[in-house]
Design a protein around this ligand. Sequence first.
Ligand SMILES: [Zn+2]
Length: 53
Amino acid sequence: MFRKLRTLFGGRRCEFCGKASSEAQRYEDETGRPIHVCFQCVPYAERRGYPKR
Ligand SMILES: [Zn+2]
């Protein structure tokens, strides 16, 4: 239970694959909402044209 709470509130969760990553990059989606993208999904965010923060 403790671990579950920590992933809910503490970790940065990748917007695309849903994994928590400490090396996540920050992007904005098309609505301007800040999202986190892990390094594996960065090319995906770039291809979608999400601006980097
Ligand atoms: Zn990812």
